[in-house]
Design a protein around this ligand. Structure first.
Ligand code: PEP
Ligand code: MG
Length: 753
């Protein structure tokens, strides 16, 4: 029998058995018999996962029949449990020699030496394990593993009918509950949303798996690819995503996948082995999922979720549906619940009703996250249990900022959040109306409120908030969302757009701040014990000067004929500032030599994020044009307290005497040197903190756009001199925090915080 015909034959047989008469279990028994005989193995067994996470023997050919429904293994227990845990095939010639082997006397399996097994997957989950065993100590061939994987996929469809095992159990659902509950998660896109739960069903059930005519299936696949590409082109032309920006780059990169010939060829191989077009797409996806599902690399995970999204879309198209058909049509305010979602799937929903998203997985750099942020749709990610605990139609309150979602909330909770949403809408309108008012204290001290940005989509906020400029443009975002190193033209283009949008308002570009937790796909990062203290930011730029030089080239070109402000992140000592500045000057000289136009003015500054620099501040200020205090990093080093460790979040307070007196002395030193100083950490965006910072002398804050309105309103009610006289004597106090006292002060003064 040739290579392709054996699996084809097996698939045909299975198809017949599955479509035949008899109970689900009887058919399953015949299925395992067919598989054993096709693979020339004495044993074939199916284990299925119960809701309590045990794997139960459901059918076997070759093992003792009395073990069926009796033999149970935990996930991770024995070789079967190992396959389920890892989600990968296992192929061992001498099973009893494997460290994970457990002996199950009731099965009579002791006479079988070799074992090969593959996971049975459904909806991205391992729902069972398919195993063959043989008396000889043989290693199964690579092709045999592939056949078993194909069969496992076909089996998953047999199971989906619910004849063998309850569908709810298969979906990993526990007993339905109508009790209110809270799901913990992670804020991926900020905001608050209320709506009814709608399950994102990214997949159409592939019901026809075995092909009658291979040539016809190949043609169907090719034409599905054609239509998919057309659909994506149309989708990217829709107005609210058609504008340039990082979300656009994400979507373009996604589209590139659809043009990948290698992907198409691998699916064609599946058709060649006897599958229909849609089953071959699914099979190819499962193979990649099995290989990549354990990867922690965020870049690879993102590629995988793009591929899942596209594969599901291709399946729908191959089955003759449009890309949107899989989604329930939203008819009222809805919260979409999913394990993960691709960016294009999000765009399929009617934005009029899509209020928020809850994902079991998801990450801050996921493409769906970037697109959702651009569209102001809140997302709660890493919400473990969302798929099993939520029922379609449940009311859900997504409190992304609070890292949680309320499922079937009590009337009190629902009312609280509904009024909070109403209040927010009113405030947003109020802030928008106040955007032209100056940020000036009651006693006439002017404060400049700039905004932080990193995506082109943020630029619209300049106008909306009335920010004085962009005090921090995080250039690394463009690198983080690109699949390859952004070329010089792409960098220049972005910087030009930023400067054009800012017009007369100043922009401070921070040079690449990558490394640590900000990883880029095209740069090799070694695992580090302490990434926050590791090879990142300016350290990386000085060791790989090519990156910085290219970036400077782009910045100089974009700012030709206008002002250019750049600053370096994580400067720990003045000599690093010198080295980085030399690189900038090298590029400036190059532009001069080439006779190209230079910026009218170039200002070079440093970020204060590493405490050591504070002890060389006089020397730095002698040379730097400005200083920017990055409290997000600075404070984790100041307190030696990891900013990403949840156990330490409440440990230290930024409104404490040591922080405020340290910042006070930095601001004083800058003022004496006549060097402008800005604070650009998150701290400045909270009204109470902003008030305290103004009290110790800061006059410029750069904060997230939504914070500008609230901070402006608070400062307009503040009497600076009164605050200063009240606050400064407290900077030597031995207390843990001044928060409470600052709050009382604000309340007495009628400052809205
Ligand atoms: C900071 O550290 O305060 C800062 C503004 O930089 P980032 O948050 O981008 O590290
Ligand atoms: Mg920082």
């Amino acid at each position: 029998m040739n290579r392709a015909s054996r699996p084809r034959l097996l698939l045909r047989r299975l198809h017949k058995v599955m479509g035949g008469r008899g109970s689900g279990e009887r058919r399953l028994k015949r299925v395992v018999k067919e598989i054993a005989s096709n693979l020339e193995a004495e044993v074939c067994s199916v284990y299925l996962a119960r809701a309590d996470q045990t794997l139960e023997l459901f059918a076997t050919h070759g093992l003792k029949q009395q073990a069926v429904h009796k033999t149970r293994l935990k996930v991770g227990e024995g070789l079967v449990g190992l396959i389920a845990e890892r989600g990968e095939p296992l192929n061992v010639p001498e099973a009893s020699a494997h460290p994970k082997f457990v002996y199950l006397p009731e099965t009579g399996e002791e006479i079988y030496r070799s074992l090969m097994g593959v996971p049975i997957r459904r909806g991205g989950r391992v729902v069972g394990v398919l195993v063959v065993q043989s008396a000889a100590a043989r290693t199964f061939q690579e092709e045999e593993i592939e056949v078993l994987q194909t069969v496992a996929m076909v089996l998953a469809e047999l199971l989906s009918t619910g004849d063998v095992i309850d569908r709810r159990e298969l979906e990993g659902k526990t007993e339905a509950s109508d009790e209110p509950m809270t799901l913990e998660g992670q804020k991926l896109a900020e905001g608050l949303a209320i709506g009814v739960a709608v399950f994102h069903e990214p997949k159409f059930e592939v019901t026809r798996l075995v092909a009658d005519d291979t040539a016809l299936e190949s043609r169907r696949l090719k034409s599905a690819f054609e239509r998919l590409r057309q659909q994506l082109d149309q989708m990217l032309a829709v107005a609210d995503v058609a504008t340039a920006g990082e979300h656009r780059e994400v979507l373009e990169a996604y589209k590139m996948f659809a043009y990948d010939q290698g992907w198409q060829d691998r699916i064609l191989e599946g058709i060649d082995s006897g599958l229909t077009a849609e089953a071959a797409i699914e099979r190819q996806l499962q193979e990649i999922q099995a290989r990549m599902s354990k990867t922690k690399d965020p870049y690879l995970r993102e590629r995988l979720s793009d591929l899942e999204d596209l594969s599901n879309r291709l399946i729908r198209v191959a089955m003759g549906y449009s890309g949107k058909d899989a989604h329930e049509k939203l008819t009222r305010d809805s919260i979409v619940i999913a394990r993960a979602m691709g960016p294009a799937e999000l765009l399929d929903y009617d934005r009029k009703y899509l209020r928020g998203i809850v994902l079991e997985d998801g990450s801050p750099l996921a493409h769906v996250t970037i697109v959702a942020r651009a569209l102001s749709i809140p997302i709660l990610g890493q919400a473990k249990g969302a798929l099993s605990e939520i029922e379609s139609g449940d009311t859900i309150v997504v409190d992304a900022d609070g890292n949680r979602a309320f499922v079937r909330p009590t009337p009190e909770i629902e009312e609280t959040y509904t009024s909070s949403l109403r209040h927010q809408a009113e405030l947003t309108a109020e802030y928008a109306a106040s955007r032209d008012l100056p940020a000036v204290t009651k006693d006439g001290v002017e404060i400049e409120l700039h905004m932080n940005a990193g995506l082109l989509i943020d630029l619209a906020s300049l106008e909306m908030t009335g920010a004085a400029g962009i005090g921090l443009f995080r250039t690394e975002f463009q690198f983080m969302v690109s699949t390859q190193l952004p070329r010089l033209e792409a960098q220049t283009h972005l910087y030009k757009e930023v400067l054009d949008a800012a017009g007369d308002k100043p922009v401070i570009f921070r040079t690449l701040d990558i490394g640590g937790d900000k990883r880029v796909p095209f740069l090799q990062h070694d695992e580090e014990d302490n990434p926050a203290l590791g090879w990142r930011a300016i350290r990386l730029s000085l060791e790989r000067p090519g990156l910085l030089r290219y970036q400077m080239r782009a910045l100089l070109a974009a700012a030709a004929g206008r002002q250019l402000n750049v600053m370096f992140p994580m400067v720990a000592e003045v000599s690093e500032f010198h080295q980085a500045r030399d690189i900038v000057m090298f590029e400036v000289n190059r532009v001069e030599k080439l006779g190209q136009q230079l910026p009218t003015e170039i200002n070079i500054g440093a970020m204060l994020e590493v405490p050591s620099l504070a002890w060389q501040l006089d020397a730095l200020l002698y040379e730097a044009d400005f200083l920017s205090i990055g409290t997000n990093d600075l404070m984790q080093f100041f307190f030696a307290s990891d900013r990403s460790n949840p156990r330490l979040i409440d440990r230290y307070d930024l409104l404490s005497p040591p922080v405020l007196s340290f910042l006070f002395s930095v601001v004083e030193t800058c003022d004496k040197a006549g060097v402008p100083v800005t604070l650009c950490g998150e701290m400045g965006g909270r009204p109470l903190e902003a008030m305290a910072l103004v009290g110790i002398g800061l006059r410029r804050l750069s904060i997230t756009p939504p914070s500008i309105g609230p901070v402006r309103m608070a400062l307009r009610q503040t009497n600076y001199e009164k605050l200063r006289d009240w606050l400064l004597p407290k900077l030597n106090s031995p207390v843990h925090s001044l928060r409470k006292e600052l709050k009382s002060f604000a309340e007495e003064e009628g400052i809205p915080i």
